[in-house]
Design a protein around this ligand. Structure first.
Ligand code: ADP
Length: 194
C-alpha cells in the first residue's frame, strides 16, 4: 500500500518545520521531519556519526542510509500505533530531498500535493536559521558558511524535485506571511485533495 502524502517543500529556514508540527497535530495527519529523525539518533551510533559528518558540512546524507532510516522510523510508528497509513496523510518535511530519493520512493508514496514554500528574502531565511541554531543547538545552523552551503545544496539538488512531481502537483505558498496565514493557504488545498 502506498502512503498518501503531502510534501512541505522549500529552502532551509522557510518554515516547513513550523507548519509540519501544526499539521501533525491535526487528527489523521502524521508529520515526519527527516532532519528530526536524524537529530534523534545517538551521536555515537554509526548513522549518527554519518549524519554529523555530512550535516556539519551542509551536505545531504547519502540516499541509501537516509531512506533506510526513514522507512524504519515509519514502521516503528506504525507498530506503536502512531501512524495509521490506511487513514492518515503523511506530511513529509525534508524528504525526498533530491531526485534520486524521489525515484526510490516512487512506489512508496502517493503524493497528492507539493507545497512549495517560498520566501522572497534570503536574509530573512538566514536570520531565522541563526536564531534556531541557539534554540535547538544545531551545529549545521551555527555558521554562515555552512548555511550558505545548505542553500546552495537546496538550489542544486533539491529544487529539481519540483520538476519530478510536475506542475499539476505543485502549489506555491507565500511563506513571508504570518504562520497562521501560511497554514490556512496550505489547508485550503490539502483539504480539497483528501
Ligand atoms: P533544513 O530544512 O534547515 O535544511 P533539516 O532539519 O531538514 O534542515 O536537515 C538537516 C540536515 O539533515 C540536512 O542538512 C542534511 O544533512 C540532513 N538531511 C535531512 N533530511 C535529509 C534527506 N532527505 N536526505 C539527506 N540528508 C538529509
Amino acid at each position: 500500500m502506498k502512503y498518501r502524502s503531502i510534501l512541505l517543500f522549500g529552502a532551509p529556514g522557510v518554515g516547513k518545520g513550523t507548519q509540519g508540527k501544526v499539521l501533525g497535530g491535526i487528527p489523521n495527519y502524521f508529520h515526519c521531519a527527516c532532519g528530526d529523525v536524524f537529530r534523534n539518533l545517538r551521536a555515537d551510533s554509526p548513522l549518527g556519526r554519518l549524519f554529523i559528518e555530512y550535516s556539519g558540512r551542509g551536505q545531504l546524507v547519502p540516499d541509501e542510509p537516509t531512506i533506510r532510516l526513514w522507512r524504519d522510523f515509519l514502521e516503528n510508528n506504525m507498530k506503536i500505533g502512531r501512524f495509521h497509513p490506511e487513514h492518515d496523510t503523511l506530511v513529509l518535511d525534508g524528504i525526498p530531498r533530491n531526485v534520486q530519493q524521489a525515484k526510490i520512493l516512487r512506489n512508496t508514496l502517493n503524493v497528492s500535493a507539493v507545497f512549495y514554500m517560498q520566501s522572497k528574502d534570503e536574509n530573512k531565511l538566514i536570520a531565522r536559521i541563526q536564531r534556531r541554531a541557539v534554540k535547538e543547538n544545531r551545529l549545521d545552523d551555527a555558521n554562515l558558511k555552512v548555511i550558505r552551503d545548505r542553500l546552495q545544496v537546496y538550489e542544486n539538488e533539491t529544487m529539481p524535485v519540483l520538476k519530478f512531481y510536475g506542475r499539476h502537483l505543485v502549489h506555491r505558498i507565500n511563506s513571508d506571511q504570518a504562520p497562521d496565514k501560511v497554514l490556512v493557504d496550505i489547508l485550503k488545498i490539502a483539504t480539497k485533495k483528501k
